[in-house]
Design a protein around this ligand. Structure first.
Ligand code: ATP
Ligand code: MG
Length: 365
C-alpha cells in the first residue's frame, strides 16, 4: 500500500483520527502532593487541546511530563505511537511557549526565531527562508532586527510563538502564553493563535485557567482538578453538558440550586415549596439544578406568568446585555441575563417573577 493510500484510509470518515500524543496512566507525586493521579489523555493529530483548571491542579506538570522535562512515577507517554517515556526532551521534537517571555535578550528577533534551526545545523539559506515565513506568520516582519527589550509584551509572545514553530515541532505546548497580557491584547492574540493553528496544522496543547479562553480556542478541553481529568470534551459539551457539578461550577457563570424533582408533574419543587414546570429527562428525587444566567428569564410581577417570586437586587448593563442579580422568596440568589439594555419594568428593588424554563441539566444528589 502506498503512503498516500494509507493516509487516505487513515483520514477516511468513521475511522478514529490519528493520535499525536497518548499519555497513559500517568502518576506523578511531589512528596505528599499527587500532581498527576492516573491521567490518561489522547491528543489527536492537528487538534487544539486545552488543559483547563485552577492553580495547582497539575496542568504544567502534565505538560512537562509530555515534554520530557519531568519524570513519571508510573505510566507512559507515546508520540506518534512511539513510547518516548525514557527519551530526553531534545529527542521528542516538541515546541514550548511559556507565560513569561522567554526570548534570549541579547539576540535580535530574527536570531531568536532562527535559534532552534541553528541548533539543528540547518543550512543558512533554509534558516533565512523559515525565519521570513515565521515572521510573516505572526505578522511582524518589520521587527526582525529589534531586541526583545524593544518589543511590547504581545509582540514578544508572537516572537516566542514564531521561534517555537520554526523547527516544525510535532506538538506545540503553550503554558498560559497570554497570561501576562491585558484583556484586549489577550483577545486579539487568541484570534491570532486560532489562525496560526489553522494555517500550520500543528497539534497544539494549550494551558489556561481562563474558561472563556479555553472554550473559544479549543477543539477539545480537558477540565482538570487535583491531578485528574474531570471531563474531556468539545467546548459545547463542556458548557452545555457538564459531566458533574464540579465542571458545571467551574466553567461559566452558574448557580447550583438544590431542589426536588417531581417526575409525576414534570417540574421542580424549590426549597420553600414553590413548584415550577420544567422538563428534565431522567430526573427524580433530590437534584442539583444547573442554572446559568441565560437560563433565567425575568418578567414583571404583575404579568401573572408562571415563575417564582423574586426581588431584583441589582442590575448591570454589560455591553450588549444586562445582568440582573435577583433573590428568590426562599432567600437563594440567582443571576439572570437578557439581551439589550435594562428594562424599565424590572427596576432594582422591585418585585419580579423568575422563570427557569431554560435549564436542562441536573445532577442527582
Ligand atoms: N517541582 C515541584 N516540587 C514540589 N511540588 C511541585 C513541583 N512542581 C509542582 N508541584 C506541585 O504539584 C501540584 C501541581 O502543580 P502544577 O505546577 O502542575 O500546577 P498548575 O495546574 O500548572 O498550576 P498554575 O495554574 O498555578 O500554574 C501543585 O500542588 C504544586 O505545588
Ligand atoms: Mg502552571
Amino acid at each position: 500500500m502506498t503512503a498516500l493510500v494509507a493516509a487516505a484510509i487513515a483520514e477516511a470518515p468513521g475511522r478514529s483520527p490519528r493520535l499525536k500524543v497518548s499519555a497513559r496512566h500517568i502518576v506523578k507525586r511531589f512528596g505528599g502532593t499527587t500532581a498527576a493521579d492516573d491521567i490518561s489523555l489522547d491528543i489527536r493529530d492537528g487538534e487544539f487541546m486545552t488543559l483547563l483548571g485552577e492553580s495547582g491542579c497539575g496542568k504544567t506538570t502534565l505538560m512537562r511530563i509530555i515534554a520530557g522535562l519531568e519524570s513519571v512515577d508510573s505510566g507512559s507517554v507515546l508520540i506518534d505511537g512511539k513510547d518516548v517515556t525514557a527519551l530526553p526532551p531534545r529527542q521528542r521534537n516538541l515546541g514550548m511557549v511559556f507565560q513569561q517571555y522567554s526570548l534570549f535578550p541579547h539576540m535580535t528577533v530574527a536570531e531568536n526565531v532562527a535559534y532552534g534551526l541553528r541548533v539543528k545545523r540547518k543550512a543558512e539559506s533554509e534558516v533565512r527562508t523559515v525565519v521570513d515565513r515565521m515572521l510573516d506568520l505572526v505578522r511582524l516582519p518589520d521587527l526582525r532586527d529589534r531586541r526583545p527589550a524593544q518589543l511590547s509584551g504581545g509582540q514578544q509572545q508572537r516572537i516566542a510563538l514564531a521561534r517555537a514553530l520554526a523547527t516544525s515541532p510535532e506538538l506545540l505546548m503553550l503554558d498560559e502564553p497570554l497570561g501576562a497580557l491585558d484583556l484586549k491584547l489577550r483577545r486579539q492574540l487568541q484570534v491570532e493563535l486560532k489562525r496560526i493553528h489553522r494555517e500550520t496544522g500543528t497539534t497544539f496543547l494549550f494551558v489556561t485557567h481562563d474558561q472563556d479562553e479555553a472554550l473559544f480556542l479549543s477543539d477539545r478541553v480537558a477540565v482538570m482538578r487535583s491531578g485528574r481529568i474531570e471531563q474531556l470534551d468539545d467546548p459545547m459539551r463542556i458548557y452545555h453538558r457538564p459531566a458533574n457539578e464540579f465542571v458545571a461550577d467551574f466553567v461559566g457563570d452558574v448557580t447550583l440550586l438544590r431542589c426536588e424533582y417531581d417526575a409525576a408533574q414534570g417540574g421542580v419543587v424549590l426549597e420553600g415549596g414553590h413548584f415550577l414546570p420544567l422538563p428534565l429527562d431522567g430526573a427524580r428525587g433530590a437534584i442539583t439544578l444547573v442554572v446559568r444566567p441565560e437560563h433565567v428569564s425575568l418578567l414583571p410581577a404583575a404579568s401573572g406568568a408562571h415563575g417564582v417570586q423574586c426581588r431584583i437586587e441589582d442590575c448591570a448593563h454589560q455591553g450588549g446585555s444586562t445582568l440582573y442579580l435577583v433573590r428568590l422568596a426562599n432567600g437563594e440568589s440567582l443571576k439572570a441575563r437578557s439581551l439589550g439594555a435594562p428594562s424599565a419594568e424590572l427596576p432594582p428593588g422591585g418585585a419580579a417573577l423568575a422563570s427557569l424554563a431554560g435549564c436542562r441539566v441536573a445532577f442527582p444528589r
